[in-house]
Design a protein around this ligand. Structure first.
Ligand code: CMC
Length: 449
């Protein structure tokens, strides 16, 4: 094959045969047989290790959108899309959402084990020490145009935060220095999210109160006013926020986590890697869907609430409309996070005595779609974003702020993914391509074209 690059498209196997055996796979290309190792994960998932394929055969694999590509091995999160299973470090998402606090889950993701009481107190206290941000960071708000999207602001603020800690821009520092950066990020993210919220409403910033727990402190910085003598976040809201943050904490190699790993693989610093993750999350097909869902539900309500009409639009291939909050790259049965959120949504709205007409529309939409052959055949189910926005709205968050809350929850996951990649000394991520452009041709001067 020489240096020629050829391609195996698994969708169109023609002169290629792959035989999967217990511990290796055989591939026959143009009459030649090659053996490739098979890698088996701790939950029995199998992968053909193709890292040597090009060197041995001249072929690469083609998988646009990485639909069938394992970019890494990982010990953080297990997800079985067929069975609707999500586990962090072996613990089910159902257990974690019911029994743990968000900071406990953050500790678990970062360290691999649930903390003892002493370990938790040390972690929690260390985070409390770092909640303030440099006053200089507030100057950023002068530069943002009025009405800038909070995710754009968050992305810039996290990137800028790193500039206040120039030494931390070197990711090759000893583990305890990296851990300090991790604590800083975890501690300052709620402060920054709350600053963005306050600035968008033109209100003075509320400083962190370090006698409060992580979630209560965040709610206090967001909803307390300097004019108030006292603000006490409703325990129902604290509990719901804890649950929502846990449900968003990690989701293995999704678009933003892969982005964080990819950016970090060039030895870019942790702040920039997280900022890149925030940018990836913002997109409407990923975390940005939570904003889109609520806007869609509102649109349907204002249009008279004819759910079937919008389901028909989502099915129409000549119509760009998609049912936001529906479908998932990996879940093909149900999204376990969506199940928990739907129940939490009912509980929270009941406890707060909130009647939101879009909840009825959401339920009708889910019912209609789940009995429609289009959605059944394509295995499209409500995902984590379908009901979360209704809870955020009941708590008092504006629609364009929802994705910021997703980012706040996802932060420990992104950091854990980045740390795993760095600790394993993974190489720079650099996919290949199959070139489909022009073959060599001669340059012509402008007057000759
Ligand atoms: N509404 C209507 N049709 C859909 C939808 C939808 N929400 N999602 C997928 N389809 C159709 C799609 O048109 C395609 O049909 P066909 O086979 O006839 O061409 C088929 O289902 C497969 O879709 P796909 O786009 O190839 O699937 P994907 O794995 O590339 O995309 C997805 C997954 C989540 C981007 C997609 O389902 C989607 O756009 N959903 C709406 C946006 C959304 O809710 N995103 C949040 C995802 S969960 C939060 C997180 O990011 O973690």
């Amino acid at each position: 094959m020489g240096n020629h690059q050829s391609l195996i498209s698994f969708a169109q196997l023609k002169h290629t045969l792959i035989i999967l055996m217990a511990d290796n796979a055989k591939i026959i290309l143009e009459g030649n047989e090659y053996e490739l190792p098979v890698f088996t994960g701790s939950e029995g998932e199998k992968a053909i290790d193709i890292s040597d394929l090009r060197a041995k055969t001249g072929y690469i694999t083609l998988d646009i959108g990485y639909k069938n590509t394992g970019a890494t091995t990982s010990g953080i999160t297990f997800l079985d899309g067929e069975e609707g299973i999500l586990r962090h470090r072996g613990y089910s998402i159902e257990d974690l959402a019911a029994k743990a606090s968000f900071l406990e889950v953050a500790y678990l993701l970062l360290n691999g084990e649930l903390p003892t009481r002493q370990q938790f107190d040390d972690f929690d206290n260390a985070i409390r020490e770092h909640t303030l941000v440099n006053e200089g960071l507030e100057g950023m708000f002068k530069a943002f145009p009025t009405g800038s999207h909070p995710m754009g602001q968050l992305n810039s603020m996290i990137s800028a935060l790193g500039l206040f800690y120039p030494k931390s821009l070197n990711p090759n520092r000893p583990e305890d220095a990296i851990n300090r950066t991790v604590l800083r990020l975890l501690a300052k993210m709620p402060t920054i999210c709350a600053m963005i919220y306050k600035k968008r409403s033109g209100h003075p910033i509320i400083y962190p109160k370090n006698n409060l727990d992580y979630v209560s402190n965040y709610l206090n910085m967001t909803f307390a006013q300097v004019t108030m003598d006292h603000y006490q976040p409703d325990p129902v809201i604290v509990d719901a926020m804890n649950k929502l943050l846990i449900l968003h904490a990690d989701h293995e190699q999704n678009c933003s986590a892969s982005t964080v790993r990819m950016v970090g693989s060039s030895q870019s610093n942790l702040y920039s890697s997280i900022a890149a993750g925030i940018a990836a999350l913002w997109g409407p097909l990923h975390g940005g869907a939570n904003q889109e869902v609520l806007e869609m539900l509102e649109l349907i309500r204002q249009d008279g609430g004819d759910v079937q009409k919008w389901v028909n639009k989502a099915k129409d291939k000549n119509d760009n409309f998609r049912l936001m909050g529906f479908g998932h790259r990996v879940y093909k049965n149900f999204d376990p996070r969506a199940k928990i959120i739907k129940k939490t949504c009912d509980d929270v709205l009941n406890k707060l005595g909130v009647h939101d007409p879009v909840l009825e529309i959401a339920k009708k939409l889910e019912e209609t779609a789940l009995t429609d052959p289009y959605f059944v055949e394509r295995k499209l189910y409500p995902n984590v974003d379908f009901y979360s926005g209704i809870i955020y709205r009941a708590i008092g968050f504006p629609t364009d702020f929802f994705t910021v809350l997703f980012a706040l929850g996802r932060l420990p996951g992104w950091i854990s993914q980045w740390q795993e990649m760095r600790r394993e000394k993974q190489p720079i991520a650099r996919p290949r391509q199959i070139y489909t452009g022009e073959v060599p041709r001669n340059f012509k001067f402008m007057q000759d074209r």
